[in-house]
Design a binder for this molecule. Sequence first.
Ligand code: DAH
Length: 349
Amino acid sequence: MNSTEWKEKLSSIKDGFSNSAIKSNAGNIDALETEYLGRKGLLMLLLRDLKDFSLEEKKILGPLGNTLKAEITSKLAELKNKFGAGSASSLKNDFDLTLPAFPYSKGSLHPITQTINKMTEVFLKLGFSVAEGPFLENEYYNFEALNIPEDHSSRDMHDTFYSAIKDSKNKDWLLRTHTSPVQIRTMEKQEPPLRIISPGRVFRRDAIDASHSFVFYQIEGFYVDKNVSMADLKWTLETFIKELFGENVKLRFRPSYFPFVEPGAEVDMSCVFCNDKKGKCPVCKGTGWIEVLGAGTIHPKVLKSCGYDSDKWSGFAFGAGVERFAMLLFGIKDMRVLYENDLRILKQL
Ligand code: DAH
């Protein structure tokens, strides 16, 4: 190659680069740089050819080559600037190496959702329908209509999150502490007979530990009709628990106090982990029984506060903690597992 040919080549490289630079975008700046200035880039190879020229020729051609190199370098810097903080980093932005690789995992329902679905399914088969209520309640629905008047000591059992807001009747707003207010809201709107369940979140000012959380799930159930008795309650709950845990499970009703039912009971099921052998089972603590529900026949005052004639209608109600059921169904010992969303654990459930 003589010096004229070298100059022609230099000028065609210059034209080629100018054309490509006009058409460039964020995605090909790096490639453009490699094509012209890379170790085997067009300009770099041409500059390398200078070694075959005489000293005089080198003195003329060298500066021409270096000028073009400087021009290309500055043009590339300008383009990188234009397309963002450098093409390499803008590429990095739309290519996230931390994303999971193909084939993508499909995910699954959270164990709490699965548990609510299982519990709900059984009650749907028994003719119950699902109702929902608001998380933000007022004192009337959360307490008063459920026969828990102001200053009643049983309010102490509910460590409540009160808001600073009052409603138009001067009642305080609060995050509901249980799903029982759905009883009142439903009975106010509908005439008996009623068979309702209501799963949902409830809130209490509780510290988090293996069996407590400030937000958790309950399922409320209630049935209002003529001549509903504790026997109906017992049959319904036995059918429910046996559907979930098998035919051999036994239920035990212990008298207990809930202001909105009379009589009231706490319901235990026989321990499915040690089969009543009363050993050192950590779940039932060796008692052979696990408390799963609160229940009773609905207090006449509650029926009356919803406008029902309590001489004509009677009902039963029950409330269960969903996490307790999830722990029993999935064999989880610490409730926090359900909230920490550690995929390594949730994937196993
Ligand atoms: N609301 C009660 C609680 O959160 C649970 C409960 C007990 C609900 C007895 C009921 C019931 O419907 O009859 O502690």
